[in-house]
Write a protein that binds this ligand. Structure first.
Ligand SMILES: Cc1cc2nc3c(=O)[nH]c(=O)nc-3n(C[C@H](O)[C@H](O)[C@H](O)COP(=O)(O)O)c2cc1C
Length: 326
């Protein structure tokens, strides 16, 4: 583990590296929760964060799920958006110019209904030459085809990662579902297939029923739960996956402040994404960044990387980063 001296200003090192991508700090955003179509930066300068993860794209026009699509519920959101998408040429004309102008690593999330579609959209995005990585959304909980067809099945997940890996010359992240029964086998399978990082977790499937009508409250009937209510579940799953694989983890699921960032990193995440909280407090990320920096200073922690896996220390034996495990 690198040892960093506090700089003259006393500022701790916040730089992290994931799959060769240098992020100036570990904070990022969850796909689909931070503006679309270049509509970023109304609340803070996007370049303040370590990386930007874009809304998932399909590469063809898709209406998404019927409304209502998003409901505010205690401690988060209940949603079923269904990855609406515009035609590829519209995406190129509207979304790409602002992304091209970004001065930070941009990770493009993609999805397909079939293995071939994943490969095709990943190749098209990679060919644009502006992205730092491609994130395969193997875990959207709200689709009839794609997403969880792959994310619950270690063989299907591994196959799609392998095919994309073989076709594009840039880091590939696999975004996994919070499914206790398949998580570890899927994580190991995508690692073996060449994934450079695991993003986790997507929102778990959920349902809300209106007690008056006795009907589901959301257009797609089932939806997904996100926000602070799922935090402890996400932390547990990151803890387990950290012990199972060596590739780095992009952590998310209910993060709202700097304390959560530390908790996720201690469980094993190398970077931490703000998701649903962006809807309630659009300045949560820059606030957390300032508070994290102050906390590290106050605690005399010179390098944010030292937090990664810290919760795994037992009996005085320092935790090793997965890379360092023989
Ligand atoms: C309204 C909404 C839209 C989302 N869209 C996407 C998406 O397009 N692709 C994706 O991989 N995840 C998507 N997510 C999942 C988030 O990126 C994140 O993994 C999940 O919500 C858990 O984190 P959170 O509790 O901090 O929101 C979406 C979540 C919400 C609430």
């Amino acid at each position: 583990m690198a040892v960093h001296e506090l700089s003259a200003s006393g500022a701790p090192n916040l730089v992290i590296e994931i799959a060769g991508i240098r992020m100036k700090n570990p904070l990022t955003v969850g796909s689909g929760t931070f503006g679309h179509h270049g509509n970023f930066g109304q609340f803070f300068a996007v370049e303040e964060m370590g990386a930007l993860v874009t809304k998932t794209v399909r590469g063809y026009a898709w209406p998404g799920n019927p409304g209502p699509r998003v409901l505010e519920v205690p401690s988060g959101l209940h949603s079923s958006v269904g990855i609406p998408c515009s035609e590829w040429h519209e995406f190129l004309a509207r979304d790409i110019p602002p992304l091209r102008a970004m001065r930070l690593p941009v990770i493009q999330s993609v999805i397909g209904r079939t293995e071939d579609e994943y490969v095709e959209i990943a190749e098209r995005c990679a060919a644009l030459g502006i992205f730092a990585a491609i994130e395969l959304n193997l875990s959207c909980p709200n689709l009839k085809q794609g997403g969880l067809d792959f994310g619950y099945d270690p063989i299907a997940a591994g196959k799609v990662v392998r095919r994309v890996r073989d076709r594009i010359d840039m880091p590939v992240f696999a975004k996994l579902a919070p499914d206790y029964s398949s998580l570890i086998s899927v994580a190991k399978s995508v690692e073996a297939a060449g994934a450079d990082a695991i993003s986790m977790v997507n929102a778990p499937r959920a349902m809300l029923i209106d007690y008056r009508t006795r009907k589901p409250r959301i257009g797609n009937k089932s939806g997904s739960r996100s926000g602070p209510a799922i935090k402890s579940m996400a932390v547990y799953m990151i803890w387990e996956v950290f012990r199972a694989v060596k590739i780095p983890i992009f952590g998310m699921g209910g993060v709202s402040d700097f304390r959560d960032v530390i908790e996720f990193m201690a469980a094993g995440a190398r970077s931490v994404a703000f998701g649903t909280i962006n809807y309630a407090n659009p300045k949560a990320l820059p606030t957390a960044l300032a508070e994290l920096t102050q906390f590290l200073k106050d605690e005399g922690i010179t390098d944010v990387n030292d937090l990664v896996g810290a919760a795994h220390e037992q009996d005085g034996i320092a935790a090793m980063l997965p890379d360092e495990v023989a």
